[in-house]
Design a protein around this ligand. Structure first.
Ligand code: SF4
Length: 252
């Protein structure tokens, strides 16, 4: 079987803090976030089309040096069969499986959960689940799918994950998008959405690799001027942490 997966597979100790994780990056994404931090994986580029045998042999080669395997991207759930196959394969090496997803494919998450293929989920929650700000943050709506449907799918994913607690772990990550998604009321709305899952929630300040990034220079300049300070974010965190003690909030 072939799939769009980068064969450059390595071990990272920061993706899941303090743990050694094999990082497998799937190419292709159904969102188009203006600040995308992995623009090389936005498209299903032929340079990433590989036989799963190649990917598996890389995983096997480094498996002894890791505790976890993280399937990320791009959006890994767009290639369901390859993802399921690699999750199953990873079990042979006693690796704890993690999927980092935008949660837009509840049916794929259901398939993974029902088949006990993954225990740990990192969910990128980009903005409050309201059409206007969600579209401005993700640019994900298109002719075939409107924001309302994408948001509804994300809500279905969250409901589904909730039903599998506590046998799975769920962590949320949100990236600040200066000038668009950075205010306390935005983060408060997200907190309301995720609090029921009692998760870890990592709020990441805006960071951008100017070499790799896709933002044009004028837009990047105006964004950079509006990047919030860590002090501002820590203040928001304190307020939210008081109101939502069931969430463990971290600013990075
Ligand atoms: S969901 Fe992730 S990979 Fe896809 S466009 Fe957004 S930041 Fe990039």
């Amino acid at each position: 079987m072939e799939a769009y997966i980068d064969s450059n597979i390595d071990i990272d100790s920061e993706y899941i803090e303090g743990q050694q994780s094999i990082i497998v990056s799937f190419a292709g994404c159904n969102f188009n976030c203006p600040f995308c931090f992995v623009p090389q994986y936005l498209e299903f580029s032929n340079e990433y089309l590989n036989d799963l045998k190649v990917i598996k042999s890389e995983i096997e080669r480094i498996s002894q040096n890791a505790n976890n395997i993280v399937f990320t991207g791009g959006e890994p759930t767009l290639q369901r069969l390859a993802l399921g196959n690699l999750c199953r394969f990873s079990r042979n090496f006693n690796l704890s499986t993690w999927i980092h997803t935008n949660a837009s494919k509840p049916n794929v998450l259901r398939y993974l959960l029902m088949n006990q293929l993954c225990d740990n989920f990192i969910i990128d929650i980009k903005s409050p689940l309201e059409e206007d700000i969600f579209q401005r943050t993700t640019k994900s709506a298109n002719f075939f799918m409107q924001s309302s449907e994408i948001i509804s799918n994300i809500k279905k994913s969250l409901e589904l994950l909730y039903t599998y607690l506590p046998s799975i772990s769920v962590e949320f990550r949100t990236t600040i998008f200066p000038g668009v998604m950075q205010d306390e009321h935005h983060l408060e709305e997200i907190a309301k959405t995720i609090s029921r899952l009692h998760p870890i929630w990592i709020i990441q300040n805006f960071k951008y690799d100017e070499e790799e990034g896709i933002l044009n220079k004028a837009l990047l300049k105006s964004i950079k001027e509006r990047i919030p300070s860590y002090k501002y974010l820590e203040g928001i965190k304190e307020n939210l942490q008081r109101r939502f003690p069931q969430i463990m909030i971290e600013i990075r």
